[in-house]
Structure formats: structure tokens, C-alpha cells
Design a protein around this ligand. Structure first.
Ligand code: UDP
Length: 251
């Protein structure tokens, strides 16, 4: 593995910046301290959030890799940069829910915390201009952003991620309530897990805490103005790194 130098900015998202590198097949992803909610209607900068999410995502991607679930992640570079395979990201947000929370409870008569067994898999069209709308399979077919075979593969991948991360989090006293993943395509047409998996993109509840607010260890602390956002992310990191090997450094 050779080292990598950072090139021009290719894309800036709400929580990350993606830069070209001197390797055409690799990008450098910078995790920002910025945090947003409600389609960026609510914003803040939380010093150190980028480093926490970068490290948590590295640990989770490496855990998934050991279980045979490949992602774009190649290794860490410094505290808040990750080297990743360059992908064409599919404009889909794939959400898996093990308990009802968030938008599900706002859109349906279902109480927060209701167990969902089997897990519910929801697809959203990733486009801020449209507010990331919920997609039916018929709408997805009409959009033609993935084939029927790719959709099947994406659904299996999301459920495999749920199984693997659910077990990991349970082993450290956390419940994986729900999460969102994104998927990209390599030049060779392989589907890979992309983006990040972190407390920004998962709901994680402390299994030992009964209080409905105190148990929250994810971005809902920011969404709901509960305070202690960084403390919660630090707790997630501490627990996950307690059961995972040190993440690798690229190069
Ligand atoms: N999520 C995300 N990015 C989004 C929307 C949702 O990472 O743009 C995550 C969110 O953190 C939660 C899961 O996907 O873990 C389900 O989110 P939900 O649909 O309930 O929406 P929310 O309540 O976050 O608006």
C-alpha cells in the first residue's frame, strides 16, 4: 500500500468533504465538525465531532469487512480523514429499522420504541431539493436508478449490515434502533457500502438506561436539543473500540 496525497475538492456535503487524491481510484474523505438536522434547517459546529465519527466509522467498516461485507473504506489518514475507493454513489438512502422512531412515528400511528420484527427496510430518494422523499418500489422502478437485481442485492446488503452491527452493538450494551446506509458502484459494477456509519446515521440506545431521553447516544441528542452530543458520541466510540481492533492507517 502506498501513501496518498490529497488533491482538489470534488464534493462538499453537510458532514463531509470528498477530495481527489493522486490515485484515480481513491478519494480522501474529510469528516467535518458541522452537524445538521431537518434537511439543514438546524445547524451547529461541534468541535471534535468529525474525529469521533471518522474513528467510529472506521471501526464499524472494518468490523463489517471482517464479516465479509465490503465497503469503500480503505484506511484512516490522520484523525479526521479516511481514504476510500472512488465510487459512483447511488442517490438512495437505505434505512433499516429494528424499533419505531423518528420519521416512522411522525408519519404513521406507531409508538416510539415499538419493536419491528422482521426489521422494516425503507428507501428514500437522496435529493435535498426534494427533501429526501420516501420511495415506493414502483417509484424507484420509475426513477430507474437501480435495476431489480441491484435492488435485491442492496436490500440483502442492508439486512446483513443490520445483523452484523446489531450483534456488535448488543455486545457493548447498545441497541441499534435504526440506521441509514448509502451504496455506491465501482467502475467494475460492484455494489459497495459507501458514506459513513456513525451516531450521525444510526439511532443507538443505551440498554442499561430506562429514561427515554437519557438512553439516547446519537444525533437525536442534537435534533431534540438534549445536550451532551459529543459525550454521547465519545461513549459510543469507547464501547466500540473496547471490542474492536485498532483501525488501520492507510499507506
Ligand atoms: N438518517 C440519516 N440521514 C438522513 C435521514 C436519516 O442518517 O438524511 C438516519 C437517522 O439518523 C436514523 C435513520 O436514518 O438513524 C432513520 O431516520 P428517520 O427516517 O427516522 O428520519 P429522522 O427522524 O432522522 O428525520
Amino acid at each position: 500500500m502506498t501513501s496518498c496525497s490529497i488533491g482538489p475538492l470534488l464534493h462538499e456535503g453537510k458532514a463531509k468533504r470528498v477530495h481527489a487524491t493522486d490515485h484515480t481510484d481513491l478519494v480522501a474523505v474529510h469528516f467535518k465538525d458541522d452537524t445538521t438536522a431537518f434537511n439543514a434547517a438546524k445547524k451547529a459546529s461541534l468541535a471534535g465531532k468529525g474525529q469521533l465519527n471518522c474513528r467510529i466509522a472506521a471501526l464499524l467498516f472494518e468490523h463489517l469487512e471482517r464479516q465479509g461485507i465490503a465497503s469503500h473504506y480503505r484506511g484512516l489518514m490522520g484523525d479526521d480523514w479516511m481514504i476510500c475507493q472512488h465510487l459512483r454513489v447511488i442517490p438512495l438512502e437505505v434505512v433499516v429499522r429494528n424499533r419505531a422512531a423518528g420519521s416512522l412515528c411522525r408519519q404513521m400511528p406507531i409508538a416510539e420504541g415499538t419493536p419491528l420484527d422482521p426489521p422494516l427496510l425503507d428507501l428514500y430518494y437522496k435529493d435535498d431539493a426534494y427533501g429526501d422523499p420516501f420511495l415506493s418500489e414502483a417509484r424507484l422502478t420509475r426513477l430507474a436508478i437501480v435495476s431489480a437485481d441491484q435492488l435485491e442485492e442492496i436490500q440483502q446488503l442492508a439486512l446483513a449490515v443490520n445483523q452484523s452491527l446489531g450483534q456488535l452493538f448488543t455486545s457493548v450494551g447498545l441497541e441499534l434502533v435504526d440506521f441509514k446506509i448509502e451504496i455506491g458502484l465501482t467502475a467494475a459494477g460492484q455494489l459497495l457500502l459507501a458514506d459513513e456509519i456513525s451516531p450521525d446515521t444510526c439511532r443507538l440506545w443505551d440498554q442499561a438506561v430506562a429514561d427515554q431521553r437519557d438512553r439516547i447516544l446519537d444525533k437525536d441528542r442534537f435534533r431534540q436539543d438534549l445536550g451532551g452530543v459529543l459525550e454521547a458520541y465519545r461513549e459510543v466510540l469507547k464501547r466500540v473500540q473496547g471490542v474492536c481492533p485498532e483501525p488501520r492507517v492507510y499507506g
